[in-house]
Design a protein around this ligand. Structure first.
Ligand SMILES: [Zn+2]
Length: 329
């Protein structure tokens, strides 16, 4: 999937806010076109493989009465679903501003991750509840060997995908793929948990082990829900953990010879981007035309230098005292 994006007339990259969950999402976060194509291929392949494994696990889990195996399968579906929802959100967020949404659709990205979190929490709840019911009335696993083979297969697939993605991430120097690879570590752990649970149930007759493994897997799911919601809430609350950009923006503004002082810089996230405003103090005797030209030049430079900054308003202050309502800082 190629994404050629033009925002305010310049090609712009998408930033990956959500650090843990990328499969299809990975595609949308790539900048370099080779990275985009290759990264997209890797992501699509692993997405399809993961889905098939998840399907096999749910099917065989029901067949062998192993709640842990079903849990691991649902966990894989949850992953895939989240990637899909966030990907749709990213697509919507690419739409330009219109008569109703004057500031564009950027927040669709954040909005979609919250929906994804609710979706994931529901699946986590189902896994937790069914594991709990099983814990109260533990039953031996039927055909435990088959269940173990499926769990072992799922673990192996996740390990192979992990190495594959790590290698691809190095080869194409893709940060998004690297993040995606770290997601595979979680898949390895959950499949391994299911395997151990089934083995304990089979060889040590600890029938609760299967249910406990299911509960542990649901905790993995809830951990992901937590980090999605945390990340999205920060963006919704206009948090800007962007000290590098703050310093950079100030430096660029100060580098203009007419600028005597910079203050009142505020920035916030808008979906995957950053917008904001800052005050610059200039000679009070400049004409409006001259001041406007400088402001425009600073804005242009800032947008050019910082990919994630899509809009920044420069407010001109004359170098003699100004009104008390001035931006401060
Ligand atoms: Zn000011």
């Amino acid at each position: 999937m190629m994404l050629s994006i033009e925002i305010f007339g310049k090609p712009t990259r998408f930033y990956c806010n959500l650090s843990n969950f990328t499969v299809i999402y990975t595609e949308a976060c790539q900048l370099n076109s080779n990275t985009l194509v290759q990264g997209g291929k890797v992501a699509r392949k692993s997405f399809a493989i993961q889905l098939s494994v998840g399907f096999a696990e749910v099917f065989m889990g029901i067949f062998t009465l192993s709640v842990a195996l079903v849990a691991d399968g649902i966990q894989a579906f949850a992953d895939a679903g989240v990637s899909l929802i966030i990907w749709i959100g990213l697509r919507i967020s690419r739409r330009g501003p219109d008569g109703k949404f004057h500031f564009g659709y950027y927040r669709a990205e954040t909005f979609s991750s919250i929906i994804a979190a609710f979706f994931m929490a529901s699946l986590g709840g189902i896994v937790l509840y069914s594991s709990y019911v099983e814990l109260l009335n533990p039953t031996p696993i039927a055909n435990a060997e088959i269940a173990m083979i499926v769990a072992l297969l799922a673990t192996t697939v996740s390990v192979v995908l992990l190495f594959y993605k790590n290698r691809a991430a190095k080869k194409y120097t893709s940060l998004a793929l690297k993040t995606d690879a770290s997601n595979s570590i979680k898949d390895v752990l959950t499949s391994l948990t299911a395997l151990i649970g089934i083995a304990l149930s089979k060889y040590f007759n600890i029938y609760q082990a299967d249910a406990i493994a299911g509960i542990v897997i649901s905790l993995f799911v809830f951990t992901m829900v937590y980090s999605i919601i945390k990340e999205a809430s920060l963006v919704l609350m206009d948090a800007c953990e962007c000290s590098e950009v703050v310093t950079g923006v100030k430096d660029v503004a100060r580098s203009f010879k007419q600028v005597k002082q910079v203050h009142g810089l505020r920035m916030r996230k808008l979906g995957p981007y950053i917008i904001g405003d800052l005050h610059v103090v200039v000679d009070g005797d400049l004409t409006v035309r001259e001041a406007g030209k400088i402001a425009h030049e600073i804005e242009e430079r800032l947008r050019k230098e910082f990919d994630e900054v899509i809009e920044i308003k420069v407010i001109m202050d004359p170098d003699e005292p100004v009104a008390a309502s001035d931006g401060g800082q």
